[in-house]
Design a protein around this ligand. Structure first.
Ligand code: FAD
Length: 488
């Protein structure tokens, strides 16, 4: 009998396995796909061209996970991407921010007005102080502690209100987009301030709040985690779909794999999302749990990088490119999806890692990743890709001539590819009512003793953090030490 069986080799499942194995426990991970990584993966999408079809940039992976699991020794290298963001406008103006707020202040003063630059500085320094207080709480699910650290406006306010002191709306728009990532919400909606703050809590690049690229794509993160887990003694099986969690008398006892093989384990950890985990365990997910994703991800193969009239040359391609022209467009995109329509004007966060990482593709090939919102369940991914490429071309007219091929992943395709029910990038909305202790777990998921939720459905939520995996591993280690899970 194993001490622990882990469902899914997403980054959280691998983090959990690594910590459990390092604690001397016998652990095996069972992954349905032939590749590890879940939504944190690099795949060869075209011959000789590798890219990250899920997560594309890294910041939130806990530094303690990076250090304790020695991920650098296992091959992980992360470089800050600058610009932090570039938001071109159809009339040739642009908003540019950098990972260094002082540089952003100078840039905004130069491109916009002194009043915009000053208001930005006020906003970003208040933000940075709140982020510094919140960072130690990534492993702490208490809403009270978060409230104490950052106050009610940042937890439950809207990003539009938070940015209202910045005079030029064009400057506010790309900053507002950071509060909408992955979330079916418009900038006026409660909780969007928190989504934005959450995206500033990372330090994985070595610079607080900055985002960066893992060399070799996001799969480099999960390759390093797998290597750390295996070195510590964990087994990682791919092509091993779990069909059910077995249990009796309200206790999880192990797994049944596709094909019928049974695996007995004292503890079962699930890195799968809350709805999938409940289905496998034959239990109920949390009442009213919202896990329908509004994202379409389009991977576009290009034979070169066209110029943006707002900023010609290679430099703007090095960071993320944010496209959304007004707050009203952002609001309308969410309203469209809520009414069951694809957004007429989707907003986009684009990234092109091949512009800075020559390990991913030959010199005459680039991959442009378009993270697009907002779309309803069942959205036609191909039509969404057409709309997104047309929107991008409004600020980059040469784009269409460079497109060689594309892969469009709507909520349905994200669900099929990554095994996340509803295709929600965070395994469930990260809005008020689904944060902190309102997120399930890690212990007794669905009321089953010995079943631990180790994926992004648990605190602190989605993104590549490693925190849910670490929290679940800790809970299992404590429970085994207390004898709560019976003899080995
Ligand atoms: C399009 C997209 C873009 C994103 N962009 C970013 C970004 O840039 N930066 C960032 O930090 N985050 C980003 N995210 C969010 C981030 O990728 C996820 O929150 C995170 O990767 C989830 O990790 P996880 O380990 O919790 O779960 P997952 O990665 O979902 O892993 C769960 C694993 O369980 C497996 N599984 C499911 N069911 C079974 C079963 N029955 N048997 C066996 N295995 C099973 C799945 O195949 C999967 O490998 C993005 C996500 C998506 C989808």
């Amino acid at each position: 009998m194993l001490d622990a069986a882990v469902i899914g080799a997403g980054h959280n499942g691998l983090v959990a396995a690594a910590y459990l194995a390092r604690a001397g426990l016998s652990v095996e991970v069972f992954e349905r796909r032939d590749v590890v990584g879940g939504a944190c993966v690099t795949e060869e999408l075209w011959p000789g061209v590798r890219a990250s079809p899920g997560a594309y940039t890294l910041s939130l992976l806990l530094t303690r996970v990076i250090d304790e699991l020695e991920l650098a020794r296992h091959g992980l290298r992360v470089d800050v991407h600058d610009p932090y963001l570039f938001a071109p406008l159809p009339d040739g103006r642009r908003v540019v921010t950098w990972s260094d707020p002082a540089r952003t202040h100078r840039q905004i003063e130069n491109d916009w007005t002194r009043a915009d630059a000053h208001a930005y500085r006020e906003w970003s320094s208040t933000r940075e102080r709140a982020a510094a207080r919140a960072r130690p709480l990534m492993l702490e699910p208490s809403r009270e502690r978060w409230l104490e650290a950052v106050g009610p406006a940042l937890l439950e306010g809207s990003i539009a209100d938070e940015l209202s002191a910045i005079p030029s709306e064009e400057v506010r728009v790309p900053l507002a987009i950071q509060g909408l990532i992955g979330t079916l919400a418009g900038p006026e909606d409660p909780g969007t301030s928190f989504v934005s703050l959450y995206h500033e809590l990372g330090e994985a690049t070595g610079r607080p709040g900055a985002w960066g690229y893992a060399r070799g794509g996001m799969g480099a993160v999960t390759a390093a985690l797998r290597s750390a887990a295996e070195e510590a003694g964990a087994g990682v099986r791919t092509g091993a779909a779990v069909e059910a969690v077995t249990g009796e008398n309200g206790r999880a006892r192990g797994l049944v794999l596709d094909g019928g093989r049974e695996v007995a384990a004292r503890a079962v950890l699930s890195g799968a999302d809350p709805l999938t985990t409940a289905r496998l365990a034959g239990t109920e997910p949390p009442a009213g749990w919202r896990q329908q994703g509004p994202v379409v991800k389009v991977m576009v193969l290009l034979d070169g990088l066209p110029d943006f009239p707002a900023w010609p040359g290679l430099e703007p391609w090095r960071g993320t490119v944010d496209i959304g022209f007004s707050l009203a467009d952002l609001t309308a995109a969410a309203d469209d999806a809520r009414a069951g329509r694809p957004a007429a004007h989707p907003w986009i966060e684009a990234a092109c890692q091949t512009a800075v990482d020559e390990t991913l593709a030959p010199p005459d090939r680039h991959v442009l990743s378009l993270f697009c919102q907002c779309f309803p369940p069942g959205a036609d991914a191909e039509l969404a890709a057409d709309a997104a490429i047309a929107r991008f071309a409004e600020v980059c007219p040469g784009l269409s001539d460079r497109v060689v091929d594309r892969l469009a992943l709507g909520p349905r395709e994200l669900e099929q590819r990554f095994g996340i029910a509803g295709g929600h990038i965070f395994h469930g909305e990260m809005l008020p009512g689904q944060l902190f202790e309102a997120r399930p777990g890690p212990r007794r998921y669905g009321g089953l003793e010995g079943l631990y939720l180790a994926g992004s459905g648990a605190h602190p939520g989605g993104a590549v953090t490693g925190a849910p995996g670490l929290l679940a591993a800790r809970a299992v280690i404590e429970d085994l030490a207390d004898g709560a899970l019976g003899p080995g």
